[in-house]
Design a protein around this ligand. Structure first.
Ligand SMILES: [Zn+2]
Length: 299
């Protein structure tokens, strides 16, 4: 029997019909490439049809386990269908069964994978967690790990979407208070509520999600001297600047360097662009003034 992999679509799922022996060597590598290619194209609902597999050695089992991990790490699901018991000894079946959901028919595998729940990826820096997507739910989707709220630019059925633009991500600090990342040119970060060392954690996550931004401090209600110092360090590290309107009653101590904090939004933006240009020149690259954020839906 010749080894080959045939790929077919089945209502949002990909069925890989695998024929032959999965053993150490070229065919295992071909299988690995095939999985990586699917994942790279966000096609991560995968059914492995094993009905034509004649033999699997330990290297093949290792390859199957790592395929499972690759797909799961991308928020997807992969199941194994119809393995012939003769092609594997009990130990290998047991090992794969500990990882894979094994179904007795391809149809069963397809319907199982289609009804899998839709999830979306949180893009907050160092969170990157998949959470259930509430299709008929609120305007904002909530991350189960960091509690951030993502507003997504939905333009069709969520089920049909793989990649979607993020309009805003709000990262909570105190109840009802948050730092919001708003992509655009420039990307903005709005700080709402108190600015102390605790709230600064949210501002820090916002800064590293945005990578560079103009911080709008109009909605800051109170701020501590230690938070001001930490914020100014943060802004400098991320080629960012801040805008605090003249009418604000906040006392800024210690004072910021004169290229960091502005009472004019336009000036804050220009200084931010200038910081981006300096950084780009240092790295020998071209500055990017616009920042767009995307996330993914998967099952
Ligand atoms: Zn999160």
């Amino acid at each position: 029997v010749t080894n080959f992999i045939r790929e077919r679509d089945a209502g949002g799922a990909v069925v890989l019909e695998i024929t032959g022996r999965i053993t150490l060597g070229e065919y295992s590598l071909k299988f690995r490439d095939c999985i990586r290619d699917l994942v790279a194209h966000q096609r991560t609902r995968i059914v492995l049809d094993f009905s034509q597999v004649t033999y699997v050695d330990s290297a093949g089992v290792g390859e199957l386990v790592s395929a499972y991990t690759t797909v799961a790490n991308h928020g997807g699901k992969i199941t194994l269908s119809h393995p012939r018991l003769r092609s594997m000894d009990l130990m290998k079946i047991t090992k794969l069964g500990g990882v894979y959901e094994i179904t007795s028919s391809v149809e069963e595998a397809i319907s199982g994978i289609q009804s899998a729940r839709l999830t979306f990826l949180c893009i907050v820096s160092r969170c990157e967690t998949w959470s259930p997507f509430e299709a008929a739910g609120p305007e904002y989707q909530t991350c189960t790990r960091c509690g951030s709220q993502s507003k997504l630019a939905l333009t069709g059925a969520a089920e049909a979407m793989q990649s979607v633009e993020v309009v805003q991500v709000s990262i909570p600090s105190y109840g009802g208070e948050y730092a919001a990342v708003i992509p655009g040119r420039p990307c903005r970060v709005e700080v709402h509520g108190r600015l102390d060392l605790f709230a600064l954690n949210s501002a820090r996550k916002a800064a590293s999600t945005a990578r560079a931004a103009v911080f709008d401090l109009s909605a800051v209600t109170e701020a501590t001297p230690r938070a001001w110092s930490a914020l100014f360090e943060l802004l400098a590290a991320f080629d960012s600047t801040a805008f605090l309107p003249k009418r604000s009653s906040l006392t800024v101590t210690p004072a910021a360097g004169n290229d960091i904090l502005f009472d004019d939004l336009r000036q804050a933006e220009e200084a931010h662009f200038a910081a981006l240009e300096r950084s780009a020149r240092r790295r020998g690259t071209t500055p990017t003034y616009e920042r767009r954020l995307h996330t993914y839906f998967l099952t």
